[in-house]
Design a binder for this molecule. Structure first.
Ligand SMILES: [Zn+2]
Length: 198
């Protein structure tokens, strides 16, 4: 899971609805495009960056309907992280999202999380379901919070050490945490419940 180069980046993904979980190691392709902020970061900027319209819509849905989702965003807002949520690819055929890079530049740490919205030229379950996508985003934001609370995590190698210290689940592609699995379930329920009551 963790590459000897130390470039790694482990992470996760949960196949919502079937209970399967996956965690992923980063791909060389993803690492070929390091995140470069368009402007110098400052404390007034949002710590979670979501420019893609499909991801943005699901993100806004989470913020408006899930108290758990709001708490995660608020937690990150108080951290030294800049979290980028972007459409992309992940290793494996069943991985819906994956954290593909962690790095530090100056006072800030940067995280990029890919969401698989298109696979083999077709929209994935996440693309078709804003509710599932909101839950998946919540799941990944929980992973971001885990990193936010561990200042020692500044790259893939240190991320792997954190997961090992904390007893994260290990499978053939990376790590998974109980907290992130739980968050996905809770956010899913909150978003669905609040849709039905409106
Ligand atoms: Zn995960």
């Amino acid at each position: 899971m963790i590459r000897a180069s130390g470039k790694l980046v482990a992470l996760s993904a949960v196949a919502l609805g079937v209970g399967a979980t996956f965690v992923v190691t980063t791909s060389a392709t993803a690492l070929a495009y390091p995140i470069r902020p368009a402007v110098p970061p400052n404390t007034s900027l949002d710590r979670v960056r979501v420019l893609d319209p499909v991801l943005r819509s699901a993100f806004d849905r989470g913020v408006s309907r899930s108290p758990t989702f709001v708490r995660l965003v608020a937690h990150l807002q108080q951290s030294d992280l800049m979290v980028y949520l972007v459409p992309g690819t992940c290793p494996g055929l069943h991985v819906d999202a994956c954290l593909v890079s962690v790095n530090q530049q100056g006072r800030y740490r940067y995280i990029r999380i890919n969401f698989v919205l298109i696979r083999r030229a077709e929209g994935t379950a996440l693309w078709r379901s804003p509710v599932k996508l909101a839950a998946q985003i919540g799941h990944e934001l929980q992973h971001a919070v885990e990193i936010a609370d561990e200042p020692s995590v500044v790259d893939g190698a240190s991320l792997g050490r954190m997961h090992q210290r904390n007893g994260a689940h290990v499978n053939h592609v990376g790590y998974e945490t109980d907290a992130a699995l739980k968050v996905a379930d809770v956010v899913l329920r909150e978003v669905i419940r609040n849709v039905r009551t409106r």
